[in-house]
Every structure is written in structure tokens, then in C-alpha cells.
Ligand binder design. Sequence first.
Ligand SMILES: *[C@@H]1O[C@H](CO)[C@@H](O)[C@H](O)[C@H]1NC(C)=O
Ligand SMILES: *[C@@H]1O[C@H](CO)[C@@H](O)[C@H](O)[C@H]1NC(C)=O
Ligand SMILES: *[C@@H]1O[C@H](CO)[C@@H](O)[C@H](O)[C@H]1NC(C)=O
Ligand SMILES: *[C@@H]1O[C@H](CO)[C@@H](O)[C@H](O)[C@H]1NC(C)=O
Length: 347
Amino acid sequence: MYWPAPSLFSSSALAVAAASLIAPAEAGYTLQTLYQGESFFEGWTFWGNRDNLTNGAVYYVGANEAARQTVAYTNPAGNVILKADNSSKLATGALRNSVRITTQAAYDIGSLFVMDAYHVPYGCAVWPAFWTHARSWPSGGEQDIFEGVNLASTNQAALHTVVGCTVAGTTTNVTQSGTLTFNDCDYSVAANHGCTYTDARNQSYGQPFGDAGGGIFVAETSSNAISMWFFPRANIPADLRTVNGTPDPSSWGLPWAYYPSSSCNINQYFAPQQITLNIALCGDWAGQPGVFSPSCGTGTCANYVVDPSNFDNAYFEIASVRVYGGGVNTRGSTSSAAGVIGGLGAK
Ligand SMILES: *[C@@H]1O[C@H](CO)[C@@H](O)[C@H](O)[C@H]1NC(C)=O
Ligand SMILES: *[C@@H]1O[C@H](CO)[C@@H](O)[C@H](O)[C@H]1NC(C)=O
Ligand SMILES: *[C@@H]1O[C@H](CO)[C@@H](O)[C@H](O)[C@H]1NC(C)=O
Ligand SMILES: *[C@@H]1O[C@H](CO)[C@@H](O)[C@H](O)[C@H]1NC(C)=O
């Protein structure tokens, strides 16, 4: 199946016509799709089921208006709130309402994915992510741009692919500022661990993120490399401060996570990507005793889920999600079998 330039069919998402009017001598990024404010949700599909992929103790609500008012809505400031329910006391083992939404559009190599947020979910049992994945998984790849669990102090990035995509370099601060923690992206290795980096900055996750006024997460998905940057609010480059700027990653300094095509052929391993935002509770990562206990101490993850007051910080406050197009894509249009999303979870 051929994917034409995505998002242009979305009535809600603002497709920016200006992008096609001028052909600059040197290709650069221009805004392709903006998800923001009151129309944010129109370009996304709500999961409408329990977490049947990563076994979280959540029910991901459907798109009905009542559910939206509870856990997914645009606040008076014009920012989008996605949250786990923090008002219902539950019986042990019951599922807490939460959100998992995915863009209807899929964006090919040559895209720059951006999330501008003021707050990210955190707390014991909480497992949020901002990530992308192909319609066919794992053959079309997955990139996790923002992900945290429990009281982890920093953000983690990951790629998940089929066999053959790795990260060759292990040297921090030469090609990236983050720390490489696992170098094999193959989903079938180490229980779908993925090739991971951790950011060195506490401001990349949890309370310190919000205390610093939030910030911007970026993934550049090009044929040459997948590169990720994080900018606390005070350090956001001018070309990202407004949504309709012309971002120039070459001016941003080292990415914190870097996956060069020399050890992972991006053209081969990455099909067009849909964007997903979700907040799981417990489940396959956050709920593992070996992951839960080190930051959250004694007690089980499941016991946390019953008490709503544990989830007052389990919310995203998002100023915008943006996709810029115009980056390097040497593969050209992609063809691939129409895929079903199955066995798919950020991790
Ligand atoms: C999981 O839930 C989604 C959304 O309802 C559904 O489309 C999919 O078939 C389910 N997958 C499995 C493995 O049950
Ligand atoms: C980052 O957070 C960890 C865990 O909370 C803490 O031990 C460390 O001191 C913090 N680092 C800085 C620079 O604040
Ligand atoms: C990178 O790290 C090494 C070892 O910690 C250090 O000697 C070097 O100065 C660092 N380089 C830069 C550019 O920060
Ligand atoms: C839920 O969390 C929000 C955000 O932290 C807070 O304003 C609100 O008071 C909480 N709700 C309840 C019922 O505690």
C-alpha cells in the first residue's frame, strides 16, 4: 500500500499550504501538521479498550464526549490534557480510566516529530509515552521519543525493529549527549527491550520537567539517522519556539539519542509512522517488581491503582504536537503490506 503525503485528508489538523508555495534552494523543514487546542483530538483515534497490548491496569476510553470531559480535553489555557482518572476509588484489580490516542495519519521518513508540553505524567505505577510506530509492527519500526516509569529520574528513548538494526557506537558525548543503555533494537531480543538511551537531565522527566516550565521533545526521522533532542523551556531554540518556524536541527548541537543509518538502515526498518500518546499504569514495564520497587519501595504496583490520589500528577499538559516535513528521505515513497497493529506497546 502506498501512503500519500499524510494528514492532508484530516479536516482537523491544520495542513499548512505555505509549505508548497516556495521551493527553497536547500530543502528544509516546514510545518506539515499541527495538532493543537480545540481541534487537537480530531486527528486522533481513541483506543476504546483495556490495555490489551502491555497489560496495564487501565481502560483506555473511547472518543465519546463524556469520557473526553473526564480524561481527555482542552483546558481553558488552550492546552490539551490527557490523564489517568484521579477521582475514582477502585476495587482491587479494577481498571482505571486513562487515555491512549493515535494519529490517523502516518508520517514517512523525512519528518520531524515535536511535542511541546508543560507537564508529563509521573508517579508510582505511572507509565507514559509519546512515541511513533508503523501501521505494521514490528516490520515498520517504532520510535519512543518520550517514556518514563514510576519515579524514574530521566527520560528514556528507544527504537524497536525487526532483527538487524543496532547502535554501533557506545561513546557518550561524541555523537550524542545521552547514555546508550542497550544497543540491539530487535524486538525479539531481551523481551522487546529495544535499543535505549537515557537522558542525563532530570528536567527530561517527572516533577523537574514541570518545574522547569516543561519543554520540547523532538525526533528527526531521516534516511541518515534517527536523532532526538530535548529542550527544557528556557533552552528552546528560536526556530522551534513558534509552530510555523523552519526548524534547523543542524543548529541545535548534539542530540541526546542518536541512531545512525550506518548500523541501522532507516530506509529499510522504518515505514511511515503514526504518533501515539498514552498513559499506562503498571503493566509489562512499570508493574514489574524489579522496576517498581527500586523507585517506589515496598508494596505492589496493583495496590497503587485503587487510590485515585496517587494519580494527581498522572497527566500530560500539551501545548502542541507538530510534524514538520521536508527532511531527508532517500527511499522515496514506501510500499508495504497493509498492517494490523498487534503486539504493540511502547516499552
Ligand atoms: C486490542 O484492542 C484494540 C482496540 O479495541 C483492537 O482493535 C485489537 O484487536 C485488540 N487486540 C488484541 C490482541 O486483542
Ligand atoms: C536527579 O534525580 C535523582 C533522583 O531523584 C537525584 O538522586 C539526583 O540528585 C538528581 N540530580 C540532579 C542534578 O538534581
Ligand atoms: C567527553 O567525555 C570525556 C570523558 O568523560 C571528556 O574527557 C571530554 O572532555 C568530553 N568531551 C566533550 C566535548 O564534552
Ligand atoms: C486530580 O489532579 C488534578 C491535577 O493535579 C488536580 O487539580 C485535581 O484536584 C485532582 N482531583 C482530585 C479529585 O483530587
